[in-house]
Ligand binder design. Structure first.
Ligand SMILES: *Cc1c(COP(=O)(O)O)cnc(C)c1O
Length: 452
């Protein structure tokens, strides 16, 4: 049974975590008990993260009971490669799968007011790879935003864009205004004539000059790709700029961030000219079996967004503004103060004066307040593990029915720990009590919207 130890084996994952798991497995009497260990860890997470934490992670959203139930539906055990339709599928027996997938596609088109949508991306990251495959070639110059101003690895050298041999030039940013420096862009873009400009921001507070950027690159037929991973739900709910209407050629987004659906990706566009390259980059290049249970859940989340999206997203933004303002007033500097802090679900705090992002995030976790460390425009990319900022998002707290009053309370709890140095363990009971007083998930067909 015991395999020889190989202590010097290279491991990128945390070695202690893996070795703890090995010990746990070896201590089990049989495989059934090993299975039990999985159930127990999942249950611990559900009890802690699901019921006892104030969750302010910007890329996370809880899903409605119906959406969650669909994720374990029978249809998820079926294979359905290919495009929708009898002839297009490799496998027989897909007639009801076709129905579900067609519903999903048409609901997405309706919600995002666009001509084309695809449902087969198991992650938004894969959607970005699809765009690079469809609209550019190895060796092409593209432009994208660097990580310290909010850019995401998927559009950089260390992600699909770089791995697929695209040459990357930075989109110039104004670190004060937290938007693209359009004057500099007008100077730089014509020098490199990018085939594709990827505007993707994981740190996103304000609308970007999409119209102006498209005008510039349109000169040589450059295409604008808006990576709306974070803002997708806001855009669908009409609470952010509408990139497709402003000239973006294509938009990808995460279904599990502001959109509040099952974690996966969405891709939408209007131009029939790119329909063939995009659709064939999805299949057979980047998707084979594509989790039909997830497609069903995505379709349901889109129906929820049609019914509740506008209200939900407006409250998410109102809550982010309130959270940012209260934090700022309590002595934690928040970016964008001179512009009203934020127009999205995010608030970005500068905690360089309080021990930097990692330490503050770990301290807040002890109080059951979950946030993430984040690069600031003043950080270098190499500082990713020791950045100066904190990113907070209001998706989950909003879906549980919290409003501006609760944001003030959350800011108070955070400031007591971060600014006043109160022990997180002493604040924890209040955080748990606040979370427990909002047990019901809203903006879904089961529970409707919270009372005004
Ligand atoms: C989160 C994110 C992605 C990746 O999305 P997944 O759905 O997690 O694959 C891509 N781009 C940006 C800007 C992001 O923030």
């Amino acid at each position: 049974m015991n395999r020889p130890e190989r202590p010097n084996r290279l491991e990128i994952h945390d070695n202690d975590a893996l070795s703890a798991a090995r010990d746990l497995i070896e201590a089990c009497a049989d495989a059934r008990e090993m299975g039990q260990k999985i159930q127990e860890a999942v249950a611990r997470n559900a009890a802690w993260r699901g019921e006892e934490c104030i969750n302010l992670l910007a890329p996370e959203a809880p899903t409605s009971p119906t959406v969650r139930a669909l994720l374990s539906a029978e249809i998820g055990t079926r294979a359905a490669e290919g495009h929708i339709g009898k002839v297009n599928r490799w496998f027989a027996g897909t007639r009801h799968i076709d129905e579900v997938e067609a519903l999903c596609v048409e609901l997405l088109k309706k919600h995002f007011r666009c001509a084309y949508a695809d449902h087969r991306l198991c992650a938004s990251m894969i959607g970005n790879a699809v765009v690079y495959t469809a609209l550019s070639e190895p060796g092409d110059v593209i432009m994208s935003a660097a990580q310290p101003v909010g850019g995401h690895s998927s559009n950089r050298m260390d992600g699909p864009a770089g791995a697929m041999g695209r040459k990357i030039v930075d989109i110039p940013f104004d670190p004060q205004e937290l938007v693209v420096d359009i004057d500099l862009f007008r100077n730089i873009a014509p020098l490199v004539r990018p085939k594709l400009v990827a505007l993707g921001l994981s740190m996103t507070l304000f609308p970007q000059p999409v119209v102006e950027m498209k005008e510039v690159i349109g000169e040589w037929g450059g295409r604008l790709f808006f990576d709306a991973a974070h803002q997708l739900g806001l855009i669908g709910g009409g609470q952010f700029q509408d990139p497709l209407r402003e000239g973006a050629d294509i938009m990808t987004g995460s279904a599990g961030k502001t959109f509040s659906g099952p974690q996966s990706g969405i891709i939408v566009w209007d131009d029939p000219e790119i329909t063939r390259p995009v659709t064939t980059a999805i299949f057979p290049v980047w998707a084979a079996t594509h989790q039909v249970n997830r497609v069903a859940a995505l379709a349901m989340a889109t129906a929820e967004a049609l019914a509740f999206g506008e209200k939900l997203q407006a409250q998410i933004v109102a809550n982010a503004k309130a959270l940012a303002r209260h934090l700022h007033e309590r002595g934690i500097p928040v970016l964008g103060a001179h512009k009203g802090f934020t127009t999205t679900h995010q608030a970005i705090a500068d905690v360089t004066a309080f021990g930097r992002g990692l330490k503050v995030a770990q301290t807040l976790e002890r109080a059951h307040i979950i946030v993430n460390k984040n690069l600031l425009p003043s950080d270098r990319k190499e500082d990713w593990d020791y950045p100066g900022g904190l990113r907070m998002g209001t998706i989950e707290v909003t879906r549980y029915g919290m409003k501006e009053v609760e944001m003030a309370k959350i800011a108070e709890l955070i400031a007591r720990i971060v600014v006043e140095g109160e022990e997180p363990e002493r604040v924890r009971a209040e955080a748990v009590a606040l979370r427990r007083s909002f047990p019901k998930l809203y903006y879904c067909f089961e529970n409707g919207t919270p009372l005004a």
